[in-house]
Ligand binder design. Structure first.
Ligand code: 4AD
Ligand code: MG
Length: 555
């Protein structure tokens, strides 16, 4: 769809979204009370656990383990060095992901979360330690000179997700280690807890990391595994984002921003930061958050549209911005958020708006190539939980005129208004047809009907019913809208009025063009959509760290 500021067409809502749609205020209150009760119970259990864990052992072996008191972690210049301080002094931390067989017999200091503990009787326990997606099996067995029975008990009763420092010796077992990423073990000599987790976590990381395929397979074999639904995940997002797939998703998201920035800087673009508190709506339509700005009516910016164009009038030539965008969306779909991250571009045009589409094509082929090259491990982690096929794209990006797209849909039996917008279903269908005909899941559809584009869009010279504008699709869903803009102030004013916009609220924007403005164009990208569709995910909430939608403003 051309302007996302308008109410989105209805979308078949994936099953897991239904639950939050039906949450009423009463149910939310009940849920909050339940959570509060659970939290109190957890606190009580944690307090009990702490007292039962207190180390009452005396003698030198007692120095090899225990909870590290806060004052030891508060300062480097401790008056009384505690046992942890003494143990780690002069040592460097090795990353769990860097533990290899070549380190056999070396003593290492590692830090990580207690992923699982598996006591075998009172004298032996296994602890899998996790650090940023990597895991290693640590073995603790009672030894007269280093490991006491109390130490085995202390380690066995550590709560999952607690943070610990381990000093131990790397060993290489005879066979493969199934439950850990690193194919070495650490024979524990010392272990200290530096950050305790409560005993009953609301989400188990193992459960949250499970794929639908695993759950289904187990079910067929008669075993019922826990399935964590989307709302529970989002309520406890801080736990949910610890899963390997989520770690992958947000590292991929970080790379998209980095590649976007690096590419544009290398093409002479200037990074800018525009205000999010503005006097009038930037995209028109009803999806705008209104607020009181010290007694004056104001809005949260629906895009940096107006200010990025004003910056072109200010002579930067080419600009881009990565920033928050706010839309007061009314409907609850798999691809609309009330706050998302916009990747925006604006540039002078020499001859034709195809120069803007050139940048889109080269920029996105670079992003896809580099993601495939740099994020292999992250993509694999996402694929393991949410299987998907790699994106099919060509080095030369396909540009399909809107009228041709309409014809393809008509030929396939889809009834469509040639001067109207495409709804979500038609966009999906066209995506399939383009894939069959051109072998790509990434393409540009351009020359949209003028009537479905925002007021600032330049009409086509040869036919004013159409416009110098485009949308860009991945797997049949929109990720970008862009266009050449009207840079002649009188015409811009006329277009704004024709689109029902109160010109007074955007007078400073329109005035910018009265002082001389070059022909220009640009586009806006939704970061969360790019990651969602590149990874073939079914819901934008999976690619927004702390999503904001019509029903959610926490955590
Ligand atoms: O299509 P939109 O509304 O276009 C603009 O904002 C123009 N100012 C762009 C331009 O430079 N002409 O939004 C741009 C992109 C969409 O293609 C979509 O990827 C994303 O922003 N987007 C949303 N993402 C998540 N939730 C929403 N509610 C979104 N609305 C738009
Ligand atoms: Mg759009």
């Amino acid at each position: 769809m051309s302007s996302e500021a308008e109410a989105p067409a209805s979308v078949p809502v994936p099953e897991e979204e239904d639950s939050s749609q039906s949450i009423s205020k009463k149910a939310a209150k009940k849920e909050a009370a339940k959570q509060e009760k659970l939290r109190r119970r957890q606190e009580a259990a944690a307090a009990a656990a702490v007292s039962s864990l207190s180390v009452d052992e005396e003698g030198p072996l007692a120095n090899n383990y225990g909870d590290v008191p806060l004052n030891e972690l508060q300062s480097v210049n401790k008056p009384d060095a505690g046992k942890w301080t003494v143990a780690v002094n002069g040592k460097e931390w090795t990353k769990v992901g860097e533990l290899t067989e070549s380190m056999k017999d070396q003593e290492v200091l590692i830090r990580g979360r207690v992923h699982t503990t598996r006591p075998v009787g009172s004298k032996l326990t296994f602890v899998v330690l996790r650090q940023r997606g990597f895991t290693v099996q640590c073995v603790l067995s009672q030894k007269p000179d280093s490991v006491s029975k109390q130490m085995v008990k202390f380690v066995s009763s550590l709560n999952r997700e607690s943070f610990v420092d381990v000093i131990g010796v790397v060993s290489v077992p005879g066979g493969p280690i199934k439950g850990a990423s690193q194919q070495v073990e650490v024979q524990v000599r010392k272990l200290y807890c530096i950050g305790k987790a409560v005993p009953n976590l609301p989400i188990n990381i193992e459960d949250a990391a499970r794929s639908e395929i695993e759950i289904e397979k187990a079910l067929q074999e008669g075993e019922q595994l826990v399935r964590v639904n989307q709302d529970t995940r989002l309520n406890y997002r801080v736990l949910d984002i610890r899963t390997p797939a989520n770690q992958g998703i947000f590292r991929i998201q970080s790379w998209v921003g980095t590649i976007f920035r690096e590419f544009l800087l290398s093409e002479d673009f200037v990074e800018i930061h525009t205000p999010k508190l503005i006097a009038g709506s930037s995209e028109g339509g009803s999806a705008v958050f209104k607020l009181d700005y010290k007694g004056q009516p104001a809005c949260l910016a629906q895009s940096p549209q107006l200010h990025k164009q004003m910056s072109i009038c200010g002579d930067f030539g080419r600009v881009f911005e990565i920033g928050s965008v706010f839309r007061a969306e009314d409907s609850y779909t798999h691809r609309h958020l009330c706050e998302f991250t916009g990747l925006d571009v604006e540039m002078e045009i020499n001859k034709h708006y195809s120069e803007v589409m050139d940048i889109v094509g080269r920029l996105f082929v670079t992003i896809f190539d580099k993601l495939n090259e740099k994020c292999k491990k992250d993509l694999e982690a996402v694929r393991k939980q949410y299987p998907f096929e790699p994106l099919k794209y060509k080095t030369e990006t396909l540009r399909l005129p809107f009228e041709e797209g309409i014809q393809m849909l008509k030929d396939a039996g889809v009834e469509i208004d040639p001067l109207g917008d495409l709804n979500t279903e038609a966009e999906r269908k066209l995506g399939q047809l383009v894939l069959e005909k051109y072998g790509t899941e990434f393409y540009i559809l351009h020359r949209y009907p003028l009537a479905v584009r925002p007021f600032y869009t330049m009409p086509c010279e040869d036919n004013p019913l159409y416009s110098n504008s485009f949308d860009v699709f991945i797997r049949g869903e929109e990720i970008i809208s862009g266009a050449q803009r009207v840079h002649v102030p009188e015409f811009l004013e006329e277009r704004a009025q024709a689109c029902g916009i109160d010109v007074k609220t955007i007078s400073t924007y329109i005035d910018s063009f009265r002082y001389g403005a070059p022909p220009h164009g640009g586009f806006g990208v939704g970061l969360e959509r790019v990651v969602m569709l590149f990874c073939g995910l079914n819901n934008i909430r999976k690619t927004s760290l702390y999503p904001r939608d019509p029903l959610r403003i926490t955590p």
